[in-house]
Design a protein around this ligand. Sequence first.
Ligand SMILES: C=C(O[C@@H]1C=C(C(=O)O)C=C[C@H]1O)C(=O)O
Length: 254
Amino acid sequence: MDKRIKVGIVSYRNTRPLIYGLQQEPVSQQIDLVEAIPSELANMLVGGQIDVGLVPVAILPQLEEYHIIGNHCIATDTEVASVCLFSEVPLQEIETIYLDYQSRSSVALLKILMRESWGINPQLIMAKDESYRKEIKGTTAGLVIGDRALEQRRQSTFIYDLASEWRAITGLPFVFAAWVSLKPLPPGFIATFDAANALGLDHIDEIVAAHPYPYYNLKKYYTLHLSYTLDERKRKGMELFLSYLQHQQPVLVG
Ligand SMILES: C=C(O[C@@H]1C=C(C(=O)O)C=C[C@H]1O)C(=O)O
């Protein structure tokens, strides 16, 4: 192959099962793999630095043309554990929420839950950097995603799992990120890429053993919380989420 396809993947532990097969032949010969936080991946896709990215699905309504690549994603059928609102007081007493600058989908989901389920209207501040996590105290809460959320679970008194709350109001799974390209990719490549995504899902014990992590049981995270196949119900959950976004300010991208 004369030109490698640039692939951007989320730099959290949640993608270890997907990366497993992408680092092996034949697909490893066809791609350049870069890791970044979700908000950056969105910008990289729009800016043309990557050809396909595991990007937050909340950016999809803003893309003129896009293609969902293959049948794998970052999603959950139940509680996700790593996308939560963390607080020292119950929901109704929260006055300010810091939003995670690394996220796009979870920020949009939080706003839906505030409006459709919780009926709260605190001041929202988009965090600029990691220092916001120190502000999660008193009546100031914070949305945190990824590995940092798994770590924050040990620090906060109240933990509101956004995917559980979504499930409670819709009965559907929630898709946080999907593989997206702006232009069509060769069908042969998509088949190879999708098969490589699936490979790690049969090697979870090996992946867990290779990446020791003190903060959370990763076997449980990969098998009970996260769900990686983009099936019909997940697509349905995603469509519903995207339809809610029509009532929101567009998320930041580009
Ligand atoms: C489940 C997660 O999903 C992530 C949440 C995203 C978002 O909020 O935009 C984007 C990519 C996913 O990695 C997580 O990071 O914990």
